[in-house]
Ligand binder design. Structure first.
Ligand SMILES: [Zn+2]
Length: 178
């Protein structure tokens, strides 16, 4: 069996979040069995000149596939994230990274998200998607929360929603596994 055939059908999809793009993780990944992905939202968050030109060069060399996840996967992630009380703590980019992981699970035997974001790591753990931290150790225990407004009981249903739209109080949450 040739080395090339040994890997066919066993490629890993590596999804880089904004932090992983800033760490230029695309330069260090083992390319022989890995396809590297990110979302257009993450690409747009890389703003400083040095990182941006390095990223543009990598995109021109086709080292990274840029995808926009399908609407059905985004909606699915919003539902799951809301159910475990982390949707309001996630950015749109986090939601799209997680959605892309679900989408690529249909094409790859293994999908790994490279991220240092604890909220995103927790969501991925809950869904059974692998992740790899860049610098931090990564979360140790799965956390499931109930997120709510402590004053009026409103439950946040949108990413980055840290304030209650009805009464203006700060959204809080309770760990349901403790
Ligand atoms: Zn409220």
């Amino acid at each position: 069996m040739s080395r090339v055939n040994a890997y066919s059908g066993k490629k890993i999809a590596l999804i880089l979040d904004t932090g992983a793009l800033l760490a230029k993780y695309y330069r260090y990944a083992p390319r022989i069995k890995v396809d590297i992905y990110t979302t257009d939202s993450a690409v747009n968050e890389v703003k400083d000149q040095e990182n941006k030109s390095a990223l543009i060069e990598a995109l021109e060399l086709r080292l990274i596939h840029v995808e926009k996840p399908g609407r059905t996967f985004v909606i699915k992630i919003m539902e799951i994230a809301k159910a475990i009380g982390c949707l309001h703590k996630l950015s749109i980019t986090d939601v799209e990274i997680a959605a892309l992981s679900l989408q690529l699970r249909k094409e790859y035997s293994e999908v790994v998200v490279v991220t240092d974001d604890y909220e995103l790591q927790n969501l991925l753990s809950y869904m059974g998607v692998s992740f790899k931290p860049l610098r931090t150790r990564g979360i140790e225990d799965l956390r499931v929360f109930k997120a709510y407004c402590p004053v009026c009981g409103y439950t946040p249903g949108k990413p980055s929603e840290d304030t209650c739209p009805l009464c203006g109080s700060k959204i809080t949450r309770r760990n349901l596994l403790r």
